[in-house]
Design a binder for this molecule. Sequence first.
Ligand SMILES: [Zn+2]
Length: 83
Amino acid sequence: MPIREYSAIDPKKSCSHCKVRFEQVEPMDAPAGNVCPECGNTVQRQISAPSVGGSQSGFDDRAKSAGFQKLKKTGHGEYEKKY
Ligand SMILES: [Zn+2]
């Protein structure tokens, strides 16, 4: 099931749960929720980057800049360091 992220439209009226951002696991066919389950404040769904089908090159750039190394498996127990 996908995890959807919500944050309060008006942070001044929000509780600690929805003030910044909260995640909610919902069935794929569930309608997008629009209120915080804790305080009932109006929230809006955050669009997060898709985990599949997105730009892999963009992900690589971000991972690289974050200091991660990407290793490509080239054989039995052997890895090629891509960067
Ligand atoms: Zn709330």
